[in-house]
Write a protein that binds this ligand. Structure first.
Ligand code: FES
Length: 84
């Protein structure tokens, strides 16, 4: 699973790199997740835009959202917290 990790202030938020429209990764080029103005994540396949809270605000999956993943920063490293 690929993970989108985004630093927002002192926090790091994470999402599964899977567009809710068709389940494909968002970018066509490595690390090309954000719009030029940095306000949205963009899906390269059909142009969906997601606000930084993961909500799709434009495109074929409008009203859906990216799957949030629990991330935590420990001693400068980013950890994905998985629970069984
Ligand atoms: S696969 Fe992302 S908008 Fe269609």
């Amino acid at each position: 699973m690929k993970v989108i990790a985004y630093r927002a202030g002192g926090q790091v938020v994470g999402y599964a790199d899977a567009c809710p429209h068709m389940g494909v990764p968002l970018p066509w080029e490595p690390d090309d997740y954000l719009t030029d103005d940095g306000r949205f994540f963009r899906c390269a396949s059909h142009g969906a835009l997601f606000d930084l809270d993961g909500n799709c605000v434009f495109g074929p999956c409008k009203g859906e959202r990216l799957t949030a993943l629990p991330l935590e920063v420990r001693d400068g490293d980013v950890w994905l917290l998985l629970h069984r």
